[in-house]
Design a protein around this ligand. Structure first.
Ligand SMILES: CSC[C@H]1O[C@H](OP(=O)(O)O)[C@H](O)[C@@H]1O
Ligand SMILES: Nc1ncnc2[nH]cnc12
Length: 289
């Protein structure tokens, strides 16, 4: 199978550079319209697709990002590996603004989003015990290191609903009681949906601030975040540009089984499945239904 790298760009990352035959293409899905058109092209001979999570011009809030349409659209155009790039706050002194974190765990505190492609008429339960793909995470770690970025291997990302930042009490609880490392508003349900769509998913969180727990930093300020983001975005583009050479053109079956997540997940008896829902699942679950 050919590798097709899909990059979801978060706050501050609205395009990537250097693609050959670059073109923005509109993709419609049974789950609605994605956040924006998708930029496709090749880099080092590897096919790539880039989707700005909030849309160019930052149109969608973390709550209104069309997560299902975004993941379906990437799957529909043939993406095999999704790299999510996001801004985040840090709960750790040693994960400082400007550093990157290759996230490997999540706590999902979002509550106002559609979180599954499945439901009445086709029920499925996939495992998200290990929600990210170690192979992809390692490639991101290597790419970021080669780019000269200070990058942390592993971390727990608290996904909050937003759009407001956390209160001091919440920030302290996530840090002291829950042991989280970073906080953001978008990686859930994105990671869960990628797993349902049998896509390998890695998350690179770029630290922009210390959230509100830090005695020397006080409140989170979006102006400070934007300032840090402009440096982060140059680094993020450099990291992304190194991924094709690391991942290669040939994509073997995922050693961790991300690409077979639905193998035994669907519970609904074949004769009880809803044809309308099955039709919507053509790209996401076409392999198994
Ligand atoms: C600009 S600060 C808050 C905003 O930034 C992050 O977005 P993304 O995860 O897409 O990089 C955070 O989750 C909030 O949406
Ligand atoms: N402190 C923070 N909380 C939530 N999302 C963020 N994105 C960037 N910084 C953040």
């Amino acid at each position: 199978m050919d590798t097709v790298i899909g990059v979801i760009g978060g706050s501050g990352l609205y395009e990537i550079d250097g693609l050959e035959n670059a073109a923005w293409t509109a993709v419609e899905t049974p789950w609605g319209t994605p956040s924006d058109e998708i930029l496709t092209g090749t880099l080092d001979g590897v096919k790539m697709a880039f989707l700005p999570r909030h849309g160019r011009g930052h149109v969608h809030s973390p709550t209104t990002v069309p997560y299902r349409a975004n993941i379906d659209a990437l799957k529909r155009i043939g993406v095999t590996d999704v790299i999510s790039v996001s801004a985040c706050g840090s709960f750790r002194e040693d994960m400082a603004p400007g550093h990157f974190v290759v996230v490997d765990q999540f706590i999902d505190r979002t509550f106002a989003r559609e979180k599954s492609f499945f439901g009445t008429g086709c029920v499925a339960h996939v495992s998200v015990a290990h929600p990210t793909c170690p192979r992809l995470g390692e490639a991101c770690l290597e790419a970021a290191t080669a780019q000269g970025i200070t990058v942390h291997n592993g971390g727990t990302y608290l996904a909050m609903e937003g759009p407001q930042f956390s209160s001091l009490a919440e920030s302290k609880m996530y840090r002291e009681q829950w042991g989280c490392d970073v906080i953001g508003m978008t990686n859930m349900p994105e990671a869960k949906l990628a797993r349902e769509a049998e896509l390998c998913y890695a998350s690179v969180a770029m630290v922009t601030d210390y959230d509100s727990w830090h005695p020397d930093h006080g409140e989170v300020d979006v102006m400070d975040i934007i300032q840090t983001l402009s440096g982060n975005s140059t680094n993020a583009r450099g990291m992304v540009a190194r991924l094709p050479a690391l991942l290669g053109t040939e994509r073997p079956p995922c050693l961790h089984g991300c690409d077979r997540a639905l193998e035994y997940a669907i519970m609904t008896a074949p004769e009880k499945r809803d044809p309308a829902l099955l039709a919507r699942l053509d790209a996401v679950a076409g392999r198994v239904i």
